[in-house]
Design a binder for this molecule. Structure first.
Ligand code: URP
Ligand code: ZN
Ligand code: ZN
Length: 487
């Protein structure tokens, strides 16, 4: 067979580890992986390079209005260009329902904007803020039918949060239709009560954001939503886990057979609350939950190693350090008014590679699992996340020796800063292929992008095993069934 492209002589890394192999591509797909493949019409020299699946970032906010009502700084073009430069070839951002929004209109709007601008492939999750009867029995099943197979719900944020009964309703709908529910788990009462007191005392600097979002607020909410999910035997994924207690709660629930998955993000591995404690500039590090301390970082690394945390995503939530984002009232902005979130699409993979693989914390196979393969498995993307015949030719070719000093001026998102400014990283994705197209070439200077706006495609996701009920009801619910009742 004549290949359109052969990526030759590299070390291919999949979830099960590295192996020397060439990769043959025909059209958009990988058709062969093995040594000594026949010549391709185009040859890409990957000697001394790692050939890895392009990253899948399953948690990022793109061209989305936040729960604070603020539009983020990246549109589908700038965000996906930035992701691609960082070795990511698929993103799953959110279509956000705010209260009063009609879900079919929300979905159509995001589809239109992404289709015009995205340069890499994308799926969607749906944020559910108003689970009324129309949403539960009409709009969510219809969204799932179109391949939007995951919802995000919030336990905090005044304008987004759901009460326990509403959470149970969403979980039951997801269970019936094979969708996965992602949960932002923080106890709203603790945070808002503390914040009220802080603001009342004039303590409004960003550092109070970290103080109000206590470890206990994350721990309580994770334990509570696990209990809710257990009642209805519905899988859940806890996003942006940041605490020792949160990781432990997920690990314990998994050990007793609950289908709960965890996610962490660069900010919980590489930042601490001290980064927020630098006056107003701390706003650039404010996200929810906030970065914690070294012990919590350690717990997150351990969770990534032992499976308590299945995926590593960016939670890219880009807001500029000006009146459009972090500082709506300029220097007088209180921590309650600034947009929450940090950028991370482009640096997610280089940070984990340098600090994780480079420093011996995780293996190459684990790197691929955490950045691509597990995302594909959990969220139902069978053609992504692996280098294997039949898969999309989404490939990042890494130079493991390239040293890079992080500077926001070299990044491609619209945030205008990075929380990782000045850090020295080793290892960089120098070439990126998306469905067989070489879209990024950073092997020489200046780097080149060959990716037209709108070339990215919507990927309708399939029902994943991760979203299937465990078939395990807690004793009280079994008792109901024994009495002939059901939920
Ligand atoms: O602070 C964060 N994480 N902002 C983005 C919205 C969210 O909760 O994920
Ligand atoms: Zn969240
Ligand atoms: Zn988020």
């Amino acid at each position: 067979m004549q290949f359109d492209t052969v990526v030759r002589g590299g070390t291919v890394v999949n979830a099960d580890g590295p192996a020397r192999a060439d990769v043959g591509i025909v059209g958009e797909r990988i058709t062969a992986v093995g040594e000594g493949l026949a010549p391709g019409k185009r040859e890409i020299d990957a000697r001394d390079r790692l050939v890895m699946p392009g990253g899948i970032d399953s948690h990022c906010h793109i061209e989305q209005v936040s729960s604070f009502g603020i539009m983020c700084a990246d549109d589908f073009h700038s965000a996906t260009v930035s992701a691609a430069f960082g070795g990511t070839t698929t993103v799953i951002p959110f279509c956000a329902q705010h209260r009063g929004d009609c879900i079919p209109e929300v979905l159509a709007d995001y589809h239109r904007r992404a289709a015009e601008k995205a340069v890499i492939d994308y799926g969607f999750h749906l944020i559910v803020a108003n689970p009324d009867e129309q949403t539960l029995s009409g709009d969510l099943p219809a969204a799932i039918e179109t391949g939007v197979r995951s919802f995000k719900i919030f336990m905090t944020y005044e304008r987004m949060r759901l009460h326990d009964e509403q959470i149970l309703d969403v979980l039951m709908t997801a269970r019936s239709h094979g969708a996965l529910v992602m949960v932002h788990a923080e106890n709203h009462g603790i945070i808002s009560w503390l914040a009220g007191r802080m603001v009342g005392q004039g303590r409004v600097a960003p550092r109070y954001h970290a103080i109000c979002h206590t470890r206990s607020s994350e721990a309580e909410a994770i334990n509570r939503v696990i209990a809710l999910a257990e009642v209805v035997d519905t899988p859940i994924l806890i996003v942006h886990v940041s605490t020792i207690e949160g990781v432990a709660a997920i690990r314990q629930a998994r050990a007793r057979g609950v289908k709960v998955y965890g996610e962490t993000c660069p900010q919980y591995l590489f930042l601490t609350a001290r980064d927020i404690d630098r006056g107003l500039e701390g706003a650039m590090f404010c996200c929810s939950p906030p970065p914690r301390d070294e012990a919590a970082q350690q717990a997150c690394w351990q969770g990534l190693k032992d499976g308590a945390l299945a995926v590593y995503s960016s939670d890219h939530a880009p807001y500029r350090y000006d009146a459009s984002g972090k500082l709506p009232k300029g220097e007088k902005t209180s921590f309650k008014e600034m947009a929450n979130g940090v950028p991370g699409l482009e640096l997610r993979l280089p940070l984990l590679f340098s600090e994780g693989v480079g420093k011996g914390r995780i293996s190459l196979g684990e790197f691929v699992q955490l950045t691509a393969t597990h995302h594909a498995e959990v969220y139902g993307l069978p053609s992504k996340g692996r280098i294997a015949p039949g898969c999309d030719a989404d490939i990042a070719i890494w130079d493991t020796t390239r040293s890079v000093k992080i500077s926001s001026t070299a990044l491609h998102d619209n945030t205008g800063y990075t929380p990782y400014e000045g850090r020295a990283l080793t290892g960089w994705p120098v070439m990126v292929l998306s469905r067989g197209d070489l879209i990024i070439d950073q092997s020489q200077s200046p780097s080149v992008i060959h990716a037209e706006r709108g070339r990215g495609r919507f990927i309708a996701r399939v029902r994943s095993d991760a979203a299937a009920p465990a078939g395990r009801r807690i004793a009280e619910v079994e008792q109901l069934a024994a009495w002939g009742d059901s939920l």
